[in-house]
Design a protein around this ligand. Structure first.
Ligand SMILES: C[S@@+](CC[C@H](N)C(=O)[O-])C[C@H]1O[C@@H](n2cnc3c(N)ncnc32)[C@H](O)[C@@H]1O
Length: 256
């Protein structure tokens, strides 16, 4: 049986391979990141947080005149971020616990959380923290797999069976919206967004997924075949290869 503590140690062990994939194919998940800002007017001086941020991947999608604070729980991700030249950039990364974010009350315009919450069974403490740090009128955008999606089935099925650490997620669904409303959020909505992770070839997609997901019990060829069968590839207009992916994007506001 998986516990959130298992995930904390898993990410401390394999953050380097995840980070390598993100650095080697920096554009692959562009659609996933930019969808976080859909319908949001990004304005000079806005304060944005990203939690959990991994190795600080959101910065490249935001202009420099926005204040972004990456918040991360894994020491290895934080070290990898700091080792890079851009660590002196104006978008810092801080280590913290999800139940205790370092931001002051009512300080944040936009709180993002991408692909991290399926590792956490009880999301209420983090949601309460997001509510506390948001300014009145501020918004949180949370994206992770829906519990009934092909994404979740792939992660807990084939991927978990070909990763010696296994995989079990506590995914998002309609009840997550109720939890946000109970905390006090308003205008709580959700959309399942379907898009592609983009590569030059199917083999590249498989090489990326092997690193990102720590798939150590299957070859690149076997991984490519599994992705083709369980998720699917499309040829994009520019000739690149799109690996089908989807996440459930939640939007919730702190009342004014
Ligand atoms: C799949 S990565 C997502 C990182 C980044 N947001 C992205 O989209 O690439 C999962 C993140 O969740 C964090 N994490 C995993 N399990 C956790 C746990 N049990 N408690 C706190 N954070 C955890 C990891 O440190 C990592 O930052």
């Amino acid at each position: 049986m998986f516990s959130p503590e298992d995930y904390a140690s898993i990410f401390n062990a394999r953050a380097d391979a995840y980070h390598e994939a993100m650095r080697r194919w920096p554009d692959a998940r562009d659609a996933e990141f930019t969808t976080l800002f859909k319908g949001i007017a990004l304005k000079t001086g806005m304060h944005v947080i990203d939690v959990p941020s991994g190795g600080g991947y959101l910065a490249r999608y935001l202009p420099n005149d926005i204040s972004l604070h990456h918040l991360e729980t894994s020491e290895l991700f934080a070290r990898l971020f700091k080792e890079e030249a851009h660590s002196g950039s104006k978008h810092p990364l801080s280590l913290c616990e999800l139940e205790k974010l370092p931001e002051p009350d009512n300080s944040t315009d936009l709180a993002c959380s991408l692909a991290g919450l399926h590792h956490i069974e009880d999301k209420t403490p983090l949601f309460k923290e997001l509510f506390r740090v948001l300014k009145p009128g501020g918004v949180t955008r949370i994206a992770d797999a829906h519990s009934e999606s092909a994404t979740a089935a792939f992660l807990d099925g084939w991927m978990g069976n070909h990763n010696s650490m296994g995989h079990h997620g506590w995914y998002l669904n309609e009840s997550t919206l109720d939890t946000l409303r109970e905390i006090g959020f308003t205008d709580v909505t959700a959309v399942n967004e379907e898009y592609h992770w983009v590569f030059n070839s199917e083999q590249e997609a498989a090489a990326y997924c092997k690193r990102l997901f720590g798939i150590d019990l299957a070859s690149t060829e076997e991984t490519e075949a599994a992705i083709r069968e369980l998720l699917g590839f499309d040829t994009l207009e520019n000739g690149q290869v799109g690996m089908r992916w989807s996440l459930y994007y939640l939007s919730a506001y702190k009342p004014v």
